[in-house]
Design a protein around this ligand. Structure first.
Ligand SMILES: [Mg+2]
Length: 201
C-alpha cells in the first residue's frame, strides 16, 4: 500500500473560530459578526488603541476555545480525511499582542483538540508560529504567509480576511482556493482531497 500523504492542518479560522469575536463583543458591548471584518486580527481592528491592554487582561481570564465555533462540516470531513492522509495539526498559539499571556492558549488549544479531534494522536500536534518551516505534501491554511512554496498541494481556506486575494496571485503561488465562503470551505476540500484520495485507493 502506498504511504499516506502528510497533511498540515491549520486550526484557527479553518477548523474553528476561537471566541475572540465574542470577547470583543462582550468587552465593547457590540454585536459584530465575523464577516464585518476584513483584517485578520479582529481585536486589533475593533478595540481602540488606548483600551488594548485592558482588553488583553480581559481575555486573560477566558478560555477562547471553550466557546469556539466549529466550522460547518469540519469535524466529519477531517475524520474522513484522516483515513486517507497522515494529518498533522499545525497551529499558532501565540497572540502577538499578548505574548506574556499566550501560554494558556497552548494549553486551552491542546485540551480543545484532544476533545474535538480525538482520532488525531496528540503526538502529531505542532504548536508554532513559524509554520512555513514544516514540510508536508499538503497544507491547509487561511493565511498566505504560512505556506511553504515547496509544498505540493497548498489549499487556502476561505475566510473573512482573505476574500480580496486575487486569483492571479494564488495562481502565481500555486495555491488552490477552497471556494470563497468559509461556510462552504470544507465542502470544497472534500471535493479537492477526497475525490483524489478515492481514485488513489
Ligand atoms: Mg488559521
Amino acid at each position: 500500500m502506498e504511504k499516506k500523504k502528510d497533511l498540515l492542518l491549520d486550526i484557527d479560522e479553518v477548523f474553528c473560530f476561537p471566541a475572540f469575536l465574542k470577547a470583543v463583543n462582550d468587552f465593547l458591548g457590540t454585536n459584530y459578526v465575523i464577516d464585518d471584518f476584513t483584517e485578520y486580527y479582529i481585536d486589533k481592528a475593533a478595540i481602540p488603541k488606548e483600551r488594548f491592554d485592558e482588553f488583553n487582561r480581559f481575555i486573560d481570564n477566558r478560555n477562547l476555545y471553550e466557546d469556539a465555533e466549529i466550522l460547518p462540516y469540519a469535524k466529519e470531513t477531517i475524520k474522513r480525511l484522516n483515513e486517507f492522509y497522515n494529518i498533522y495539526i499545525c497551529s499558532s498559539c501565540i497572540n502577538p499582542f499578548d505574548i506574556k499571556g499566550s501560554g494558556k492558549l497552548f494549553s486551552n488549544k491542546y485540551d480543545f483538540l484532544i476533545d474535538q479531534l480525538p482520532f488525531i494522536n496528540p503526538e502529531k500536534f505542532i504548536f508554532t508560529n513559524t509554520k512555513y518551516i514544516f514540510k508536508a505534501d499538503i497544507q491547509i491554511d487561511d493565511r498566505l504567509s504560512n505556506f511553504d512554496e515547496n509544498i505540493e498541494t497548498k489549499i487556502l481556506f476561505p475566510s473573512y480576511h482573505n476574500k480580496d486575494i486575487s486569483d492571479e496571485e494564488l495562481k502565481k503561488k500555486g495555491i488552490i482556493r477552497a471556494g470563497y465562503d468559509w461556510r462552504e470551505g470544507w465542502i470544497e476540500i472534500r471535493k479537492i482531497l477526497l475525490n483524489e484520495a478515492c481514485i488513489q485507493k
